[in-house]
Design a protein around this ligand. Structure first.
Ligand code: SER
Length: 325
């Protein structure tokens, strides 16, 4: 294989909710040694740590990131490191530092080292109360009311700027809430849609931190990973957008999710006691128009509320039986 066609991938935030599963799929696809996982300080799982290279790395430390890029001859970065919306409201400065200064380091290093491609995730948090909430268009008002949203809007624009100004191939999607059975999310507003499954299996009850009629766009992890890798592999000539693709899959209210779980978990009880995250959820869309992603790179999710719920409950029940939940 010529050097240009060989992939050497760096995944930042690889210990996080998406990063941990994405890294393993990339290792499977491109070879364990070709995917370098890194995380700031959380201990990686045994599998993540032992299946390929792992480095402790803080993306706000540009020199340290540069050394890792050099050491492994990296040509592609998936920058999954981020502070999410709820923690971002508690620690706005940390959120700015990681999501903006960290991203800036990644893009600058990608330009300096002439990397082939960079993935920069965005979020439904780029939208705000002035945005149409139903079937939110691709091109629309971006006036978020959270620090996380502010950093994600800036990240999209910065990525597009690096593409236009320096020809760096930067790509990204606006993830909805991601539901997954391996690594729980940390510090987001959509976390209830994951916690509810863990609590249903472990305790048969859950206290949800948003109101029952709170409806948000969500996606199951296998679709999230497939979409992410598909976007990264599509021929660039097909893309009109770069860092800001709307990406949707399913939308449901917290009550609909609880009702779906009740179909499988006898006696499951869910209460709704909203906290500060309600205001964040209320500022985000209920459903998303992702026709640009479908048209430009063939995005087409497989899971809906019922198939996702069935799969989540099966996976978590298996883990629970093994004492691993
Ligand atoms: N899941 C994220 C959050 O809730 C949204 O991108 O912060």
């Amino acid at each position: 294989m010529s050097k240009k066609s060989m992939k050497k991938i760096l995944v930042t935030g690889s210990v996080g909710q998406i990063g941990s599963e994405l890294t393993m799929v990339l290792r499977e696809k491109y070879g364990n040694d070709n995917v370098v996982a890194c995380g700031r300080k959380t201990k990686p799982s045994y599998t993540l740590y032992n299946s390929g290279p792992f480095e402790f790395l803080d993306i706000t430390d540009k020199d340290a990131v540069g050394k890792v890029i050099k050491k492994y001859d990296i040509d592609t970065i998936y920058n999954m490191a981020a502070i999410l919306s709820a923690v971002g409201e508690e620690k706005p400065l940390v959120c700015w530092n990681v999501n903006i200064n960290g991203l800036y380091n990644i893009l600058e290093l990608a330009r300096e080292y002439e990397l082939t491609r960079v993935f920069v995730p965005s979020s439904i948090a780029v939208f705000g109360p002035e945005t149409p909430r139903i079937n939110t268009p691709q091109e629309t008002v971006l006036k978020p009311k959270t620090m996380y949203g502010v950093t994600k809007v800036a990240g999209e624009i910065l990525g597009d700027y690096y593409f236009k100004r320096f020809g760096l191939d930067v790509r990204g999607v606006r993830y909805p809430g991601i539901i997954s059975s391996e690594t729980p999310p940390g510090g987001g507003t959509t976390d209830y849609a994951v916690e509810i499954f863990y609590e249903a299996i472990k305790n048969n009850k859950y206290t949800c931190f948003v109101k029952k009629d709170t409806t948000l766009p969500m996606m199951y992890m296998p679709d999230c990973i497939k979409g992410t890798i598909d976007l990264m592999n599509v021929d660039i000539s097909k893309l009109r957008h770069h860092c800001d693709f709307n990406m949707a899959s399913m939308s449901f209210s917290a009550e609909e999710l609880s009702a779906e779980i009740k179909k499988h978990v006898t006696g499951f009880k869910c209460e709704f006691v909203p906290d500060f995250r309600q205001a964040i959820a209320d500022s985000w869309p209920q459903s998303i128009d992702d026709s640009a992603a479908r048209k430009e790179w063939g995005w087409n999710p497989s899971y809906n509320l019922s198939s996702m719920t069935e799969d989540m409950l099966e996976k978590l029940s298996n883990r629970h039986e093994k004492g691993n939940l």
